[in-house]
Design a binder for this molecule. Sequence first.
Ligand code: NAD
Length: 494
Amino acid sequence: MTEMPTYQLFIDGTWCDAEGGALFESIDPATGVSWARMPAAGEADVNRAVSAAARAFEAGPWPRMTATQRGRLLSRLADLVADRAKLLAEIETRDTGKIIRETQSQIAYAADYYRYFAGLADKIEGATLPIDKVDLEVFTKREPLGVVAAVVPWNSQQFLAAVKLGPALAMGNTVVLKASEVAPAPLFEFARLVEEAGFPAGVVNVITGFGEPCGRALTSHPKVARVAFTGGPDTAREIVRNTADNFAVTSLELGGKSPILVFADSDLESATNGVLAGNFGASGQSCVAGSRLLVERSIRDALVERLVERAAAIRIGDPLDESTEMGPLATSDQLEKIDQVVSASVAAGCRCLSGGAPPDGLKRGFYYAPTILDCPGRDFPCVEEELFGPVLSVLAFDGEDQAIELANATRFGLAAGVFTRDLARAHRVVNQLRAGIVWVNTYRAVSPIAPFGGFGQSGYGREAGFESALEYTRTKTIWINTSNAPVPDPFVMR
Ligand code: NAD
């Protein structure tokens, strides 16, 4: 029997155990069996990590580096991530159950995110202001904020770390990255690359542990200036409370219940693929899952028939096998929750057209079959709640107005998809959809250049794109008196 690997925390450029040697086990979702031991960071470890990041921000080589030098380091990191994509992908698949095809392509792409922010490092400029007063020169500078607490969930680990660390480091901040307790291994493997790239000690620290105490201690730490969070809305509320004392600038990338609108004039093959991608890609464990299919009544049966046929043909199984299309869910809790909501929805009147249970033939692991539920209205748990699993709820609409009304009937506002061949309709509908990202005739596409984020219960702030870099800076305004005359009347504001 092979020995289980035991991971360590990466703090201040060194590998160390959690205080008291606290450990927990990480489970391989494909088998349901523990495969590695993880260090459980407590308050003392969080303190060490934040103190290291604060020291690295204030002293040492990091604050003396030029933006161009920081960009070079990030480029090196990008090359290392691309180089080791295969190993990183295997570890991520092992720890999260996400299929190897997707982890490989996502990690290769995560490297491009670091490259994008490497390029941005020396391109963020201040301004010279044409001020309305004589003898004063006024200009602004963008400065880093300080210690960034980056808190991520278990899905898309490298990717969600890249959209936080890329801009944070490019702008000169230092980081404590907290990996999810569900699957922390991928980010410890990433920390090896940070070390190899040659970042000064303390600039990037990687820890893991449970929400309580680790996540709470980190996000409420008095030396944390910025919290970049991806996760669920309940945790987000905790985080907002945690930052009540440190006033950390916070971004929240949360979940969704995103609609995909399919109009009768759409290309059915394309719409079918878009809906499959939006629901069964990553086993539906995606914040942008298009889990509410809104389809024009006249093509409802035709589209549903195709979806049911395609869902039945999805290859479910070992996520490390390159031919697998859907792997397990990440945890047994997820599996239980999804099964409960599906059962409750069916009991309340939804019709299960496909799936609705763990698939036959897979005796272990946290698998759930691709599920399609026909919903007679919107007051059902499967239509209301984010499930984070392979469950599609189908609702029919009559006409554009009803489609938009249904699409916007949600407390979330992350993403939406529209399938139509009518260009004018596409623009009209896009303008009325309440979502941070709208895909037309495609779904689940991302880029380092395109801002990503939502509103309402889907959170606030944007990741990726130029504006996300600015969210890791603050503006300093500098006033220079160019006259040698004495300062005028001290009792009157100039
Ligand atoms: P989660 O909210 O349970 O956990 C996310 C992280 O927060 C973990 O690292 C966890 O340890 C930490 N945490 C928990 N309690 C905390 C506390 N009190 N203080 C500070 N940190 C705490 O989320 P999850 O179940 O791991 O992930 C699924 C959720 O993530 C879904 O809702 C999904 O939609 C969302 N998500 C959003 C995006 C996006 O970009 N919008 C991307 C992926 C996932």
